[in-house]
Design a protein around this ligand. Sequence first.
Ligand code: BMA
Length: 383
Amino acid sequence: MNIKTRYASLLLAALLGANCSPAQPAANQVPADKLATAETVHLCNNLKKLAGKGYMFGHQDDLAYGVNWRYENGRSDVKEVAGNYPAVYGWELGGLEANEDKNIDGVPFKKMRQFIREGYERGGVITISWHARSPFGAAKGAWDTTHGSVASILPGGENHLMYKAWLDELAKFFLSLKNSQGEAIPVLFRPFHELTGNWFWWGRNACSAEQFKVLWRFTQYYLQNEKKVHNLLYVYNTASDFKTKGEFLERYPGDDMVDMISFDSYQYDDPVKSDWFVKNTSMQLDMLTAIATDKNKLMAIAETGYEQIPFASWWTETLAKAIGQHKISYVLVWRNHGYNQWMKRMHYYAPYKGHGSEADFVKFYQLDNTLFEKDVANEKLYE
Ligand code: BMA
């Protein structure tokens, strides 16, 4: 760590109150943001209670498009198969930092705001990720591993002012998320996701653990204290590459900075021949359970999926088994893009009407411990 980074780190620790001692397990969970709005506090507490009943099913970009459609009011591939919307809606802000009208997957932010409101008003939960472009240039988007990018945006770094301008755009968006009564809509914000991987500019090879923690602490400090954004719960999210609790926590910014711990894990091999996904996910959830209990945090599988779901009973025989009895808040599958020109293949993770895993998804939907929108609407998570 250089002197500037060290200074910034100490300054932020002082500003935010460094947190060394784990919180005592308690029935209630207080959000990391001490000024969180009433609805955000309720969501935090209610998610804690809900985890005892089951886990919510989530889908990225669910209301915006599906495998065979784009922007048709009321549609959702999940709803067309299960008869009900997902309980969790994932959205993505990449591009907003540069004041773009659409995100990196072409979703107009104006429409996204409307979809977020619809999901919230029906009682669902909103989570947001951010594939911000590299501070070293937009060419590679978030997928730039040049060392030094994080250092350059920390206080004292050459791109710090630019980073603050990015956060100003994010803050405007978060503050604009309101329901018809003007209530701020709570969001599970998952910045710097898959942080243990080595593919994004905030990843393991591009910055030190200390720099990562300062980045997180600064971001949260700036959104909360400078921009007065108080409708966020903060989600710490690693890739599926950790083998121990220590590895999972290596870049953890502090108990006072995080509300939920999570990881992303995808199925890449053939689940009929290999039980890697079930075993590894279950083992990693054991570790998360121990950490979440110790620290009194929520937990989730923030992204998963088996692209194109080429195993008809993946939902009940693989995914549900991998989760087992672990008390996660939610599991979210990635987006139903359809044919992806750039990848040159079909890119989707939830079934759609006519898909081979449809019947099994209905079984998954009917399991006692899977929760979709109608289940969470009954729970009144914001009251
Ligand atoms: C990836 C793919 C990309 C997309 C990115 C951000 O997993 O779906 O096509 O741009 O997520 O949503």
